[in-house]
Structure formats: C-alpha cells, structure tokens
Design a protein around this ligand. Structure first.
Ligand code: CU
Length: 155
C-alpha cells in the first residue's frame, strides 16, 4: 500500500521536473538604467521582458553588478501618491511581454557604490524559478529618449 502511494507521487512529479528542465526562454530588450545625479544611492532599470518559450517563466529575483541589492518594484497609486512596492515574483505566460517602464514595474538598484554615468553600460540579471539566470547589458541614460549623443536639457 505504501509503495503504491510513492509510485503515484513520483508519477505526479514527473511533469513538473520536465518543465523545470526546459531552457529559459526569457529575452530582455531595450534595457537602460537611469542616470541620476552623483551621490544618489539608488536608481532604476527598465527593459521589456518577453517569454518566447512554450512554458510559463517565473522571475524570482534580480541583480546588477553595480548595486549592493536589486529588487523588483511595482508602482501603485495610493491616495493620489505614487508608491513603490517590492514584488516577490512575476510570472510570464508563454508569449507574454512585460514592460519594465518608468511609472510601472521596474528594477530598483540599491546601494550603488557610484552612480553610473550616461554612456556607460551596466549588467543586469534576472533570476528565474528553477535556478536559471538571464542577463543583459543596459545602457545608462538620463531619460527614456534615445539621447545617446545629445543630451536634452530639462527645464
Ligand atoms: Cu523602485
């Protein structure tokens, strides 16, 4: 009786193991990090994450080479104020694209040794459920515009 129970348990776990063995099919595009005035301890990173695979992908964490810690944040309006909240994990269905954008979901880079300067590149990595990591190089910019060589002065 007990042996039968174990066999049934193993069978039910098999599909889960097969899913975990699929290579991660998450792609990160258009990554950029906002350059804030030097001395600011934190900044944010943005990109579009797309699950191009056939199974759901769960993002469970993030890291950036320049930050002591990196959190996934979402922005929510509470009593007319924009508040950032940490998100433990995000799931993307097959084919789903999720924008990390100003005013919405973003990566929060905290405890910077030094604020990166416009034109520099910063490595960002997302950790996925199952242990895989997906990394991209993000361009440091002052704003979302493509002001790579021309900086727009903000008045
Ligand atoms: Cu944030």
């Amino acid at each position: 009786m007990k042996r039968l129970f174990h066999a049934a348990l193993l069978l039910s776990l098999a599909p889960l193991l097969a899913v975990a063995a699929e290579p991660a099919a998450l792609t990160l595009e258009g990554a950029w990090v906002r350059a804030l005035p030097p001395g600011q301890p934190n900044t944010a990173a943005y990109f579009t994450a797309t699950n191009s695979g056939a199974v759901a992908v769960t993002i469970v964490g993030a890291s950036a080479a320049i930050a002591a810690s990196t959190e996934i944040h979402t922005t929510r309006e509470v009593d007319g104020l924009q508040r950032m909240e940490q998100v433990a994990q995000l799931q993307l269905a097959p084919g789903q694209s999720l924008p990390f954008a100003p005013g919405g979901t973003h990566l929060m880079l905290m405890g910077l040794a030094q604020m990166p300067a416009p034109g520099e590149q910063v490595q960002l990595c997302l950790e996925l459920a199952g242990g895989a990591q997906v990394c991209t190089l993000a361009e440091v910019k002052k704003s979302a515009g493509n002001g790579q060589s021309h900086e727009h002065h903000q008045h």
